[in-house]
Ligand binder design. Structure first.
Ligand SMILES: N[C@@H](CCC(=O)N[C@@H](CS)C(=O)NCC(=O)O)C(=O)O
Length: 222
């Protein structure tokens, strides 16, 4: 008989797994969290449930596994459809939400990583590129507190790791990426998003995250 219930495979320092945690918590879904130690050895269970990419997060619902964080978030929204709405109801707005989530994933993530993993002139160039991309993303926030409007939605969940991780990167590399002068709307969104109880209650300890990412950068630059 297939196992019942909801299980989430994640890792404490994964901003990507947080997306799924936020979606489940917003919906009030009870779930079992399974911590993976990707630095050492992936569990047999993870490899069995996600033999294709072998990555976390993986959601197992009544024995059926799903991979890819944003696919999972949409699934959660559809299955627990009477709970907090994550995707917009209107098809055009829903498509727009997918567009901006993809923009953040495909453009902003690598640009932010480039600032984190370089120095000197290369970093200056990366910084300029990242800020231009954030400026573009800012368009989607005009007239709104969150990307979802008055409350958070799909884009906030997809891009929601940025407020925490960008602040840590800024501290590690001693460079300001987002501030109230250059990106006032994104900066306010960073603050508002980090103030949410949902977010405050789920972020990894800052000192641990800082230490991990500082060591990772040193390794990348060595
Ligand atoms: N596009 C995937 C990315 C997942 C991903 O990169 N997960 C990382 C942890 S944050 C992972 O499992 N890395 C282990 C590996 O690459 O083998 C998603 O959104 O779920």
């Amino acid at each position: 008989m297939a196992e019942k219930g909801v299980k989430l495979f994640g890792m404490w320092c994964s901003p990507i797994a947080l997306r799924v945690e936020w979606a489940l918590k917003l919906k009030g879904v009870e779930y079992e969290y399974v911590e993976e130690d990707l630095f050492h050895k992936k569990s047999e269970e993870l490899l069995r449930y996600n033999p294709v990419t072998k990555k976390i997060p993986v959601l197992v619902h009544d024995g059926k596994p799903l991979a890819e964080s944003l696919v999972i978030v949409e699934y959660v929204d559809e299955v627990w459809k009477d709970g907090f709405p994550i995707m917009p109801k209107d098809p055009y707005e829903r498509a727009q939400a997918r567009f901006w989530a993809k923009f953040a994933e495909d453009k902003i993530s690598p640009a932010t990583f480039a600032v984190y993993s370089t120095t000197g002139e290369q970093q200056q160039k990366a910084l300029q590129e990242a800020q231009e991309l954030f400026k573009t993303l800012e368009e989607a926030l005009k007239g709104k507190k969150f990307f979802g409007g008055e409350t958070i939605g799909f884009v906030d969940i997809a891009a929601g790791w940025l407020p925490c991780w960008v602040r840590i990167i800024e501290e590690i590399v001693s460079v300001s990426i987002v501030n109230e002068n250059n990106l006032p709307l994104i900066n306010a969104w960073f603050d508002d998003f980090m103030e949410l109880e949902l977010v405050k209650g789920s972020l990894p300890p800052k000192d641990k995250l800082y230490a991990l990412n500082k060591a990772r950068r040193e390794k990348l630059l060595a």
